[in-house]
Design a protein around this ligand. Structure first.
Ligand code: SAM
Length: 468
């Protein structure tokens, strides 16, 4: 039986329900009448069920697909404007006791350099990230209860929030660490984390068990219920995702949306973000061993259909994707991207010598943050370093209800412009600054309310005069 509220993962990610959904989608992929009905429902901007969204994903009628892409683009504009939130990953430790067959951190990999940052090294990394202009981090670590216990992660978070350097300050620390206990999630909440992120990797239980043959991550049920424990502990911003390439994308898509439906039904708040990583080449990993890779067209369709199905959920794309691929999906629904990323442990303060490779995977987009900011602005996007919602306590259902009502935009656009101005004043190259100043002037004209515009202009002037 399929019970969306159940705490049992066999129920809320019900295998039979996914198989039925996929047959239903396959049978209806040319059903124009049904597709039109689903598109009409999607236009109400209240989202779609996994079944409805699966039909759109399978639809291969060119004209309807154009409508789907156009709607995804419009929904993206309505909910997020032209803002793109910027962040960087910070790798704390690559010690790991798991045996994940696709990840170079796996225990049996003896040629990857194992590293764990000391608190002094965390400081150096964070100062290097602040000097680039970052305000928002995603902490990454392997799973190793001896080398990276929760106390270590908490100590790193404390260190990070305490570092003030020039105008730099990390204002939001998101955390991507292995599934853990309610008690540990409570500790993370108390430490002031932003989003707790955990990728399901695959929702297909049989594949999951094969892909995670050893270590604590082998426990599919424990991994799949991680967000339930995080919610129980009071973390209301959670980020989900799958690693595309491990299993069939249609199955993952249905599983991902069912997971979102479960969180919404059981806790009144869906996922804060959805990430869409694709499997990358990495040390000791042969991507040819995985034959479920998806091409750029399917990737774009997935992004568009997720955008339509969960309009109020942020979507993240990392530097695993190339500039070209990112360019294609940005307007279809992505709201957050990383920039200037390093996936090695300690890679920001000092470039890692080649013989010491500790990186998690090979990046496709290796451009600097400055280049990425300029590139975004040249395409008309506002790179945003804003963390105001989190700092004002607008998380979980408070954030979601604002977002669903479309209200979030009224404060987001001015905040994004001000944080961009801070970036341009403190960190940008002259060429990026020039592009940015023009963009800010253009964007100011679009603020309809004169009073709001005057306040923003005042604040922008204060930033320039170093009066923050
Ligand atoms: N250790 C934590 C866990 O067990 O979830 C998370 C940290 S891990 C550094 C972050 C993510 O990297 C994983 O969840 C996985 O999806 C992704 N990853 C692992 N190997 C990868 C590869 N070869 N290519 C792309 N992403 C990969």
């Amino acid at each position: 039986m399929y019970d969306v509220r159940s705490k049992n993962p066999e129920e809320f990610i019900n295998h039979e329900e996914i198989l039925e959904t996929l047959s239903y989608a396959e049978a209806n992929k040319h059903n124009v009448e049904l597709i039109d009905q689903i598109i009409a429902k999607a236009k109400e901007r209240k989202g779609l069920s996994h079944r409805e969204a699966a039909v759109l994903l399978d639809c291969d009628i060119e004209e309807k697909n154009e409508e789907i892409y156009a709607l995804a683009e419009q929904i993206k504009k309505d909910f997020y404007g032209n803002r793109i939130v910027m962040f960087a990953p910070l790798y704390l430790s690559n010690y790991c006791v798991n045996g994940c067959t696709y990840c170079p951190y796996h225990l049996k990999n003896k040629h990857i350099a194992r590293k764990k940052l000391t608190q002094e090294e965390v400081r150096q990394e964070v100062i290097a990230l602040q000097d680039l202009g970052h305000k928002r981090l995603a902490l990454e670590a392997g799973e190793d209860p001896v080398n990276n216990p929760i106390e270590y992660i908490l100590e790193c978070i404390d260190t990070i929030y305490s570092i003030k350097h020039k105008n730099g300050e990390i204002r939001r620390v998101n955390v991507n660490i292995a599934a853990t206990t309610v008690e540990n999630y409570r500790k993370l909440k108390e430490a002031g984390i932003g989003t707790y992120i955990l990728f399901q990797e695959t929702y297909h239980k049989k594949s999951y068990l094969e892909l995670h043959p050893t270590g604590p991550k082998h426990d599919y049920d424990y991994h799949t219920t991680a967000m339930d424990r995080a919610m129980e502990a009071g973390i209301d911003d959670v980020g989900i995702g799958v690693l595309f390439g491990l299993d069939k994308y249609r199955y993952e898509f249905a599983g991902l949306l069912m997971h979102a439906e479960h969180l919404e039904a059981a806790y009144g708040v869906g996922p804060h973000t959805i990430s869409v990583p694709r499997l990358c080449p990495a040390d000791d990993i042969d991507t040819n061993d995985f034959d479920n890779g998806i091409n750029d067209d399917i990737f774009a369709k997935l992004v568009a259909c997720i955008r339509i199905a969960v309009p109020y959920t942020g979507m993240i794309v990392s530097t695993r994707e190339s500039q070209k691929s990112r360019e294609r999906v940005l307007h279809l629904g992505i709201s957050q991207i990383s920039g200037g990323s390093k996936t090695s442990v300690g890679g920001y303060a000092e470039p890692e010598p080649e013989e010491e490779n500790s990186a998690q995977f090979d990046l496709s987009d290796t451009r600097s943050l400055d280049d990425i900011v300029k590139w975004l602005m040249e395409m008309g996007y506002i790179p945003s370093f804003c963390t105001a919602c989190y700092r004002e306590g607008r998380t979980g259902d408070r954030f979601m209800s604002l977002c669903k009502s479309g209200q979030i935009q009224n404060c987001c656009q001015p905040n994004a412009l001000m944080t961009l101005k801070e970036y341009l004043t403190d960190y940008a190259s002259p060429a990026t600054k020039e592009v940015g100043e023009k963009l800010i002037l253009k964007e100011l004209e679009q603020i309809p309310n004169e009073n709001v515009r005057a306040i923003v202009i005042d604040h922008l002037r204060a930033i320039e005069e170093e009066n923050r």
